[in-house]
Design a protein around this ligand. Structure first.
Ligand SMILES: [Zn+2]
Length: 288
């Protein structure tokens, strides 16, 4: 596992999805994006769905960031998005550190799109009945702004929300809403909020030693191919906000190196990012 100050961190692939390449790159023409993300014969590109597993050594806390599509998908719908889930992947990663799902202390849902939060829940008894939390002892963190949005998405983004993934959290004592501007109560972790992709996306920053932090960048930049500031997804509700938020992240690289963990890159989970001589973000090293 990667060492970041008091944290031990691993990017775990919990499945794959295939989404339309045009939608994934917005106004960027296919002749440019197909070089870095080759499409299949339905114009879809392969994306991983990743969970970040982070262990806080001093306290023993076990944190999961995002949980993928989960295992509740009916086959016909799964085919449309090329959903291939490996629900056991998170449990296997926990087992490798001698832990079980009941030992997870914190689950962070950056946002409630189905490919980020479906794995928080599973069928309680029989398929298509009640759901229950998979990590039943964990606090589940979602920003208050995003939670409110997910209850009433717009016509444009409502297909991305499946209430079956998160409805069971409502009213649960395990549900922790992060108020706007609130500081994190998890040691050595701070919140960064992004609003371009969806309102109130909650991005955890794992605070390391004085010169190295790790930011889980969520759908602010789903893959390494999305590092150029203007390569913004058509899914984003406010693309210009995304562009500005990316530039703000890159601005932070002037002061200190940063590790960036991606939610969807099919090949790499975590990279060290630097600026080149023209101040463009550049992958210096793949570290996870
Ligand atoms: Zn999303």
């Amino acid at each position: 596992m990667l060492e970041v100050g008091p944290w031990r961190i691993e990017s775990v692939v919990n499945g794959h999805i295939r989404l339309d390449g045009g939608a994934m790159f917005g106004v960027v023409p296919r002749v440019l994006w197909e070089r870095v993300a080759p499409p299949d014969d339905l114009n879809r590109i392969l994306l991983a769905t990743r969970t970040l597993l982070a262990v806080h050594q001093p306290s023993g806390r076990i944190v999961l960031v995002d949980t993928g599509t989960g295992g509740k998908w009916p086959a016909a719908q799964a085919e449309r998005y090329g959903v291939e889930s490996t629900p056991s992947a998170i449990g296997d990663a926990l087992a490798r550190i001698g832990a079980s799902p009941g030992d997870v202390t914190d689950v962070i849902a950056t946002h409630l799109h189905f490919d980020h939060c479906g794995g928080m829940t599973e069928w309680a008894e029989e398929p298509y009945g009640e759901t229950r939390l998979r990590f039943g002892n964990a606090r589940h963190w979602v920003s208050a702004r995003h939670w409110a949005h997910a209850q009433k998405p717009t016509l444009r983004d409502r297909a991305s929300f499946l209430p079956v993934d998160f409805a069971t959290l409502a009213g649960s004592e395990r549900h922790k809403l992060v108020a706007e501007g609130a500081a994190s109560t998890i040691d050595d972790l701070s919140w960064q909020v992004s609003n371009g992709h969806t309102p109130g996306q909650l991005l955890p920053r794992f605070l390391g030693s004085e010169d190295r932090d790790l930011l889980f960048i969520g759908d602010l930049a789903p893959t390494t191919a999305h590092l150029p500031p203007a390569w913004v997804m058509a899914y984003d509700l406010e693309p210009l906000t995304t562009l500005g938020e990316r530039l703000a992240v890159y601005e932070q690289l002037r002061d200190r190196d940063m590790l960036i963990a991606f939610p969807h890159d099919p090949k790499v989970g975590i990279v060290a990012l630097t600026l080149d001589e023209k101040n463009r973000p550049q992958v210096a090293e793949v570290v996870g």
